[in-house]
Design a protein around this ligand. Sequence first.
Ligand code: TYD
Ligand code: MG
Length: 451
Amino acid sequence: MNPSRNTYVCQSCGASAAKWAGQCPDCGAWNSLVESAAPRRRGHGTRAGGAAPAVARLDAVPAEEVARITSGSAEMDRVLGGGLVPGAVVLIGGDPGVGKSTLLLQVLAAVEGRGKTLYVTGEESLSQVALRARRLNLPRLDLPVLAETRLEAVLDVLEASRPGLAVVDSVQTLYSEALESAPGSVSQLRECAAQLVRQAKRSGVTVVLVGHVTKEGAIAGPRVLEHMVDTVLYFEHDGSSRFRLVRAAKNRFGAVNEVGVFAMTDGGLKEVGNPSALFMSRHAEPVPGSVITVTRQGTRPLLVEVQVLVDGAGPGPPRRLTLGLESNRLSMLLAVAHRHAGIALADQDVYANVVGGLRINETAADLPLLLAALSSFRGRPLPADLVVFGEIGLAGEIRPVAGGEERLAEAAKQGFARALVPQANQPRRTLKLDLEVMPVTRLAQALDIGS
Ligand code: TYD
Ligand code: MG
């Protein structure tokens, strides 16, 4: 008897198993295994015996810089690492309604004319797209659009019209007729993305795939797609605000973690030229527990306000709560402050927050975090014209962070007059900054100056 060749593919992580199980053995998701046809086998794996392909030598390969296509927006170009690369595949993920279709329509209108474009919509009807385009007041409306969900049809159109930029909105609605599984399933996603990547590499078209993010915060079948594409961008936003961050999670053509900042308006997404202003609250008077730091998002220095509230704890263990910061790091820093600076907060609740909904995941926020905690504990505000950054080690030493001079330059540009920084981050003499730099090496010394 011919044994069944079907496998079971996890719809959450893409792992395959020979037998059905209630829980995926790989990622632990429940009820996520779905039967799918075993992949077709190519030949028998025997060697052909013909002429072997030629192997090149790296120094003989011409390495010309490819000309990038500007996306029409400086913020978007920044996230992409300088513009769209011909033949590259970009995946853009984000919550429904965050502005993916809006942004891409704006990009298409900016690119059309300098090259041909194609917008493939599988989610909205052509009239919905047209309506949105009119509302957006785009510079031009003569954009080629295609309402289609069959992969083979999309590939045919790409082959026939040879655009320079094609947007597929969204990849989850596409399906290949060669597979039986439903659109949006992992095998469909994998197949559709693979075929589009092949088309991009072959014909030089830049393909942008829109991907929806599931409740867990990952693009459905994300790991399957992330390694197949060249660039992965995620839309981030904080529920109530109209600001949107587009962050590069992976980029073969630029810096990872780079962010572009946009605001959603009646006329679509507008770039925010000076994003530093977004992440600071404007206090009329300096308030305790608030410290301005300079964080780096990708290569861009950004001024951000870190706030800490220290308050007497009730019965039970004290609470340590962070938003936008790592809570393990906070606990560790409080231990360092106790051991090396004699500050005991063991009987206090400590709440820390980053203004504007930004996430900081770099150690440069260590020193501002502790200074803010101490400032709140003592009820003494720090000077309003002070910025602070620096990593704190377990031995109570202040360690340098990357990009010190860029951070100081941004602080000076935004009008700050003083900076408390690690000694090793002191700028070169030749760098003329309109800013007084106070270098420190030990935590105790930093707390003396900063209080
Ligand atoms: P959309 O681009 O459709 O989001 P996505 O493709 O990521 O699902 O954005 C839809 C939201 O944006 C919707 O809630 C309305 C809002 N919006 C504006 O505020 N201004 C505009 O000009 C447009 C077109 C949309
Ligand atoms: Mg959309």
